[in-house]
Design a protein around this ligand. Structure first.
Ligand code: PAF
Length: 277
């Protein structure tokens, strides 16, 4: 069943809670792939009832062309979600989420400033605003996000802590194609040639992480990874960095968890990825 309004969603969730069910929400922008479905399956394992939201949030697109080109496949998405055991799809119209007169922006400091935050001005404010709204609309007990968007996940955790939101955030493993490419809705836009080149990013990251762990200096490891990606036919590398996994800042203490994050362009498509170091 696809619900379009907040009133319908709230009524459904209230009925479930009255029956004693816990409620999980999986926020998505649609164009679903196995990565999203794996989130839905984990949610279904943990929660009595699961909602998936499908909303292509205009506020998080800093590039209008990217918003226009974003794949929209709602009918197919609803079929896939039903097979993953999702109980309800919430797919509101833009006016339902941002009615006339809407003026609030949620902005999370710290973890959202570097990397994606620096390169995509306004992106994380858009994400934080819509996630706050979706959590408030759904009143879910748990919300599921992919580790594929590592910085986003850390930002959502910070947001929930800072605003005392009554929801548990669950970060789920990145799902990869057999050749290592992290699943993403944007992969649909790759040509056959781009798709062939795309796994080089993950391969270069794995190799860099290994070399760093073996003691090779950080600058050398990162420069080599960038060169490898460009050598495999990527158009450009926006960043490949190793950072503190929780704070997303420079490594201050190598005994803390570290994460390598990358963003690079191939075939006119921007890919992001991250791995444990
Ligand atoms: O990760 C996404 O798909 C989006 O950023 C999210 C969390 C659904 C917010 O629009």
């Amino acid at each position: 069943m696809i619900l379009r309004t907040v009133v319908e969603l709230r009524t459904q969730v209230a009925a479930w809670k009255a029956e004693g069910h816990s409620v999980g929400v999986v926020p998505t922008m649609g164009a679903l792939h196995e990565g999203h479905l794996s989130l839905a399956r984990v949610a279904k394992r943990d929660c009595g009832r699961v909602i998936t939201t499908i909303f292509v949030n205009p506020k998080q697109f800093n590039n209008p062309d990217d918003l226009l080109k974003y794949p929209r496949t709602e009918e197919n998405d609803a079929i896939l979600l039903a097979t993953a055991g999702v109980d309800t799809v919430f797919a509101p119209r833009v006016e339902e989420v941002y009615p006339a007169g809407f003026v609030t922006t949620v902005s999370v400091g710290g973890v959202s400033a570097p990397l994606e935050g620096a390169l995509r001005p306004g992106h994380f404010d858009g994400v934080a605003t819509v996630v706050t709204k979706l959590l408030g609309m759904s009143q879910a007990d748990r919300a599921y996000f992919g580790q594929k968007d590592w910085q986003q996940l850390q930002m959502v955790r910070q947001l929930v802590r800072d605003l005392n939101l009554n929801v548990e955030i669950i970060g789920c493993e990145t799902v990869r194609d057999p050749d290592g490419l992290a699943m993403s809705s944007r992969n649909q836009r790759l040509t056959a040639e781009g798709r062939r080149k795309a796994p080089a990013l993950y391969a270069a990251m794995l190799s860099a992480a290994r070399q760093f762990r073996n003691g090779k200096p950080l600058d050398e490891v990162l420069a080599q990874a960038k060169a490898a990606v460009l050598g495999e036919g990527f158009d450009s590398v926006e960043y490949i960095e190793i950072v503190d996994a929780d704070m997303l800042g420079p490594i201050i203490d190598s005994t803390r968890s570290l994460r390598m994050l990358a963003a690079a362009w191939v075939d006119d498509v921007r890919l992001i990825d991250n791995i444990v170091v």
